[in-house]
Design a protein around this ligand. Structure first.
Ligand code: NOJ
Length: 569
């Protein structure tokens, strides 16, 4: 171990040290030219992933699905989606990944199934079906209304009336994603069995989709706010049996394997988070939070932008670091399949795109917590310039459009915002080379390729020593060989500055100083006298500064890492 520090008390674990690479299989690599990425395509790209240096893959759902929400509506949890291939392909993927020391996390959708799942087919047949209680059913109110006023993410109401049995079923997401009733012990047992099934296939863990929703307030009170985020944490989810369910899941499944679980913690705040990841409580290994994901959005609005404020962003990171200080653990991410591209959102996809992409790479890989990289960010993929609705594919966009028109009436405003907020920005095909469809498919891609692929692609990046991709490779190795970056204490050194993000990571008497200028202006920073800064070891501009001045002048989007030691005053 470098840095001469000891890791006592830090409970070192592979899942803390690993670097995760998230793949949206639909958009990664197509092998049969149907325009949809698949497992064989992914197998063919494993060498690329291994050479990048990451160690764990998270695959968005690959189970059988009618794809109302791109796989987050599962119709058979023990089968592979037709478009993605077969179980034999999956088994080969696991074998080939293991040969390259790559671990695999599956994406387990445990709050809802598809309405095309056999359970739901049975459940909706009659009120007496043994599967009826796998889902939430309610009668209409006395005056013939929905059971309560809950809004769905992908529909106007979270309740859908079922003609056959004359009751409503609950769906927090689309009508085709009925919520599973975790109060029913049989449902919980089904989920545990499914988890064992996949663990026995040789995977290394799960990302738990929308786990916050599994325990609900069974009084089903009306939601007082129109704010969905607020609804999520106070009404729809995080209910009274949440921790009990997770502890049972831990005992039934997690405790039996050397595995990793990461919960998608939308609606969880930093004070509650420790309850989920404190190892003594035996729940999950880590959760990832959404506090920084709502920072540039108008309250309760997924599609409407507001200005990004760096001081708020820094405060969120500091607050969440408290979870680690108290013995829990965090996942660290800047983007995924539910958000636009990080370069366009937190960086600069114009003149400083190369510098900004490298800066974000430093930011992600020098935080405390397990870093999650999202496919394509390593080559600097950015948002798409689409002007019309027909380019988009996401159910959330179409529902958002209807809701927006009803509430505000302006199509123009919605489309303008979509360019910066739509999830499809982050779902376009991986850009491999300059050939047809960026080398993703010879067929018609299910979603258009970003037109910038001739400039931004893997092949071109590999041959450029100064590329974003080669910088990612260097930073990944740097993180892997410096455990101070995994475990060392985190401190924000200038929380109030509107465009500089300066922080230290410390272990024993050693430190690493990270200086990031997240603006297009040159900014100055005085190194505090508590740190003795030795030398600059990484920079996103050409050449490393030879000498260390006490006052640093940082050029637009400049990022540097310094080796330092602590000064005892
Ligand atoms: C969270 C997933 O990340 C998102 O893509 C999906 O739409 C919802 N959960 C519903 O499963």
């Amino acid at each position: 171990m470098k840095n001469g520090a000891k890791l006592t008390d830090l409970n070192p674990s592979w899942w803390k040290e690993t670097i995760v690479y998230q793949i949206y299989p639909r958009s990664f690599q197509d092998s049969n030219n149907d325009g949809i990425g698949d497992l064989r395509g992914l197998i063919n790209r494993l060498d690329y992933i291994a050479e990048l240096g990451v160690e764990t893959l998270w695959l968005n759902p690959i189970f059988s699905s009618p794809n109302d929400d791109n796989g987050y509506d599962i119709s058979d949890y023990r089968n592979i989606m037709d478009e993605f291939g077969t179980m034999e392909d999956f088994e080969e993927l696991v074998r080939e990944a293991k040969k390259r020391n790559l671990r695999i996390l599956m994406d387990l959708v445990l709050n809802h199934s598809s309405d095309e799942h056999a359970w739901f087919h049975q459940a909706r047949k009659s009120k007496d079906s043994p599967y009826r209680d796998y889902y939430y059913w309610k009668e209409s109110t006395e005056n013939g209304q929905e059971p309560n006023n809950w809004v769905s993410y992908f529909a106007p109401s979270a309740w859908e009336f079922d003609e056959q049995t004359q009751e409503y079923y609950l769906h927090i997401f689309s009508r085709k994603q009925p919520d599973l009733n975790w109060e029913n012990p049989q449902v919980r047992q089904e989920i545990y069995d499914i988890m064992h099934f996949w663990m026995n296939k040789g995977i290394d863990g799960f990302r738990l989709d929308a786990f916050v929703l599994i325990s609900k307030d069974l009084d089903f009170p009306d939601c007082q706010e129109s704010d969905l985020e607020e609804g999520l944490s106070r009404f729809y989810g995080n209910g009274p049996r949440m921790h009990e369910f997770l502890q049972e899941l831990h005992q039934e499944v997690i405790s039996k394997y050397d595995m990793m679980t990461v919960g998608e913690g939308a609606g969880i705040n930093s004070e509650e988070a420790i309850l989920f990841t404190d190892p003594q409580r035996k729940e999950l290994h880590m959760i990832y939070h959404f506090d920084h994901m709502t920072i540039d959005k108008q309250p309760g609005q997924f599609f409407l932008l507001k200005d990004f404020d760096l001081t708020t962003f820094k405060k969120i990171i500091t607050d969440w670091d408290q979870v680690v200080q108290e013995g829990g653990w965090n996942a660290v991410f800047l983007g995924n399949h539910d958000f636009p591209r990080i370069l366009s959102r937190f960086g600069n996809d114009g003149v400083y795109k190369k510098e900004a992409a490298k800066l974000l790479c430093i930011l992600l890989l020098t935080q405390r917590g397990t870093p999650f990289l999202y496919y394509g960010d390593e080559i600097g993929m950015s948002n798409v310039p689409w002007e019309s609705l027909d380019k988009f594919r996401d159910i959330y966009v179409f529902d958002g459009y209807e809701k927006h028109l009803k509430a505000r009436g302006s199509e123009k405003e919605f489309l303008q915002n979509l360019k910066h907020t739509a999830r499809d920005n982050g779902r376009t095909p991986m850009q491999w080379n300059t050939s047809l469809n960026a080398g993703f498919t010879d067929g018609l891609p299910w979603i258009e390729v970003n037109p910038n692929f001739e400039e931004v692609n893997v092949e071109t990046s590999l041959s450029d020593p100064d590329s974003i991709l080669n910088f990612y490779k260097k930073m990944i190795q740097f993180r892997k060989s410096n455990s101070i970056l995994v475990y060392g204490d985190y401190q924000d050194l200038c929380p109030e500055h509107p465009s500089l993000f300066i922080y230290s990571r410390k272990m024993k008497d050693e430190a690493i100083l990270v200086v990031l200028n997240m603006s297009e202006k040159t900014e100055e920073y005085s190194i505090p006298n508590t740190l003795k800064v030795e030398k600059c070891i990484i920079s996103n501009y050409h050449g490393l500064p030879k000498k260390v001045d006490q006052i640093l002048a940082l050029r637009p989007w400049e990022a540097r890492i310094y080796e330092a030691s602590l000064v005892k005053l």
